[in-house]
Design a protein around this ligand. Structure first.
Ligand SMILES: [Ca+2]
Ligand SMILES: [Ca+2]
Ligand SMILES: [Ca+2]
Ligand SMILES: [Ca+2]
Length: 724
């Protein structure tokens, strides 16, 4: 059988071209169809090229034209491709077109041959065969048309109009829709429609139609706004559209999807402009171009949040207050809270102290033991402020924070007994109420004795010891007796004493004996204290006294001494000497003892030798006085003997002796001792001598001779006295 038939379902069978038939049968099997499509296309193209060359050699029949040659399509919207043929040089009596496409991308809706130049419908038959054979399968349509009257020349004409619809947005590639075209001309054989065995001219060619298919772009995008939302609407996709949903873009970023042509974009900020676009998405998830852009501006927020409720305040320690409250609500959103505070029980002059985005707040740095009131307001992003919450009152805990340690402590002596200590004021969370001053005495001691509690930053330490080092340190204290650390230790030394005592006055002296004078005087005064007095006798210091009296001993009796006194202090400062006072020691009033053992011996007619035992005296015996017959006759200053001469012979004399001292004190006289001089023994010479004396006396005193030549009695007496 010399026939080529293209079977249903794309199966190709034929006996005239066994190789091709077997080849095609293999590749058009469902499991090989995709590959087969390509291979078939290539094989067909190769064969067509061979046929084209053959046809050229045998004479071309016709050219194929597709109108349009490329198409822009909207997915889902039908588009037409006209398949035309025009005669090149021969009569065309039959055509065969194999239309191939990817059924995933396109569907062939209709093959319209009503205006074809080759057939008028399936009712036509030619040589017991239908003039028009159209077979379709997925991705392929084979259209075979024949003229009812072979041999009738047809210069040109439409073969068919193919109505496609794009199922997917496809890029324009050469394989979108492929048509293999075979034309037969100059047929005289009326047996079969297709038979190239009788000198038939064949033009076999292939052409492609490229299709740019895109998804339907949403249109008619419009918006209305509220404070927090933008309501979008757009035109629904057409009835044939493959769009199954939409994607919504805000400011270039997808923010949502919608199965319907509307979308509400909630959660927008008030008074804010947004831009929107919308795209369509088909069932394969492919997306259309985005729509044109629109802008929408939300409305301003003018509604204030609700007032915070159940405000609670709790003191934490002495300086922290914790606040919590129940959240406010707002049409847009509460952006934060403002916390206000005032100080005092029932106070009302609230001032904002902080903000919080949470429903709690910690107020630090509060003052201990202080009552505060708090209230909270809520605000939104537009600055709308709620009414204030109910105030909540709280009192902080007791002060436990000690003041800061006093700094810059200094100590300076201002006198011999005063040191002024000063320092910088300490600080305290509430207030420093005073300071404690600690002191010790010494150069390396630790001050532990509290000596002062000034409220200010100075302390004048008085009553101190001269030239003495003291060390100090300070601590600060608050009303709760929280005591700071003690300051650094400072020291100072009181001034040395340079002031001398006053000059002693009222110096007086009394001689109490021959060797002692007691001095007294009026006490001197001193800035610190009189340590003692120095006593000077005749300009030379003879002693010191811690009191206002002095006994000067070892003196000489009956001697005048000049005294002065000065006062001195512990630092060695000495006053001037007092006015001098002259005092004389007592004299000696004690007489020597009475000489004892007085003994007299007449050694001649005119001499008696006296001896006695020496007297004693409190001072010393100066001498003795000798009395004869009651008359002092001698002063013996050496020894205890006395020779009394010139006495009368054979005469008894009575002697006494007394002792005396340097001050003239005399002892009593001894008992009288009588001694008789030796008797006279006369000789002639004694008489001659008597006469001689007598004569001498008479001669010297002529008047003594009476007229009668008698010598008077006086002369006799003289003579007699010489006799003896
Ligand atoms: Ca609001
Ligand atoms: Ca404190
Ligand atoms: Ca002094
Ligand atoms: Ca005496």
């Amino acid at each position: 059988m010399n026939e080529v038939s293209l079977g249903q379902g794309g199966n190709v069978s034929g006996q005239g071209r066994g190789f091709s038939s077997s080849f095609l049968r293999f590749f058009v099997a469902p499991e090989h169809r995709m590959t087969a499509f390509t291979v078939v296309f290539l094989v067909v193209a190769l064969v067509a090229l061979v046929w084209f060359i053959v046809a050229k050699t045998a004479g071309e029949v016709a050219d194929l034209h597709l109108a349009p040659s490329s198409t822009s399509a909207i997915v889902g919207t039908p588009f037409n491709i006209d398949m035309n043929v025009d005669t090149h040089s021969n009569n065309v009596v039959a055509v065969k077109a194999v239309v191939q496409y990817n059924p995933a991308n396109f569907s062939l809706l209709n093959i319209d041959t009503s205006t074809s130049a080759f057939a008028s419908g399936n009712t036509c038959t030619y040589n017991s065969k239908p003039c028009e054979i159209i077979t379709q399968s997925a991705g392929q349509a084979i259209i075979t048309l024949a003229k009812p009257r072979p041999g009738v020349n047809t210069a040109s004409g439409k073969i068919a109009t193919l109505q496609f619809r794009a199922l997917q947005p496809v890029a324009p590639t050469s394989a979108n829709i492929s048509i293999q075209y075979i034309a037969y001309g100059n047929y005289t054989d009326s047996d079969v429609i297709f038979d190239d065995g009788l000198g038939t001219d064949i033009l076999n060619s292939a052409t492609n139609t490229t299709v740019t298919a895109s998804l339907e772009v949403p249109s008619g995008l419009a918006a209305t706004t509220t404070t927090t939302a933008v309501n979008l609407t757009w035109t629904a996709a057409g009835a044939n559209s493959t769009i199954t949903g939409y994607r919504i873009y805000r400011n270039g970023t997808q923010v949502g999807t919608s199965a319907t042509p509307s979308y509400t974009d909630n959660g927008r900020a008030p008074l804010t402009t947004y831009t929107y676009r919308v795209s369509g998405v088909n069932g394969s998830g492919q997306e259309s171009t985005q729509s044109s852009q629109i802008s929408a501006t939300t409305l301003a927020d003018t509604a204030a949040p609700s007032a915070p409720t159940t405000l609670s305040t709790t003191a934490s320690g002495m300086d922290i207050v914790n606040l919590t409250w129940t959240a406010s609500t707002d049409n847009v959103g509460v952006t934060g809270y403002r916390i206000a505070r005032c100080t005092g029980t029932g106070c009302s002059s609230f001032a904002q102290i902080g903000t919080s985005t949470a429903t709690n707040y910690q107020d630090t740095g509060r003052t201990a033991e202080t009552t505060y009131n708090y209230r909270v307001t809520a605000v939104d992003a537009a600055g709308n402020v709620s009414t204030a919450s109910t105030a909540s009152q709280v009192t902080t805990g007791q002060d436990t924070a000690a003041p800061s340690t006093p700094n810059n402590v200094s100590a300076n002596a201002t006198s011999i007994s005063q040191i002024n200590v000063s320092w910088d004021a300490s600080s305290d969370n509430i207030g420093v109420t005073g300071y404690r001053v600690y002191r010790c005495q010494g150069v390396s001691c630790t001050p532990t004795t509290q000596v002062g509690t000034p409220t200010g930053t100075t302390y004048n330490d008085t009553g101190l010891t001269v030239s003495t080092t003291y060390r100090y340190r300070i601590a600060a204290v608050d009303a709760r007796n929280n005591v700071s650390s003690q300051s650094a230790i400072v020291s100072a030394t009181t001034n040395s004493d340079t002031a001398a005592p006053s000059v002693p006055t009222g110096l007086s002296g009394t001689a109490t004996s021959m060797t002692e004078i007691n001095l007294t005087w009026t006490a001197s005064t001193d800035n610190i204290g009189v340590t003692g007095y120095r006593v000077f006798r005749n300009g030379t210091q003879v002693g010191v006294s811690a009191t206002t009296s002095y006994s000067d001993t070892g003196l000489t009796r009956s001697t005048a001494y000049s005294y002065t006194v000065l006062a001195y202090d512990a630092a060695g400062n000495a006053s001037a000497q007092s006015a001098p006072r002259s005092v004389t020691t007592l004299g000696d009033t004690q007489a020597p003892t009475v000489p004892a053992g007085l003994n007299g011996t007449a050694t001649s007619m005119t001499e008696i030798n006296l001896t006695w035992t020496a007297s004693t005296d409190n001072i010393g015996v100066t001498g003795y006085r000798v009395f004869r017959n009651g008359t002092e006759i001698a002063n013996v200053t050496t020894g205890t003997t006395y020779a009394d001469t010139g006495l009368t012979q054979n005469t008894s004399y009575t002697y006494t002796v007394l002792a005396y001292d340097a001050d003239g004190n005399r002892s009593a006289q001894t008992a009288g001792v009588s001694v008789t001089t030796l008797a006279k023994k006369y000789s002639l010479s004694d008489f001659a001598a008597l006469v001689t004396v007598w004569l001498q006396n008479v001669t010297s005193n002529p008047s003594d001779v009476n007229a009668d030549g008698v010598v008077n009695t006086r002369d006799i007496g003289i003579m007699m006295s010489n006799w003896q």
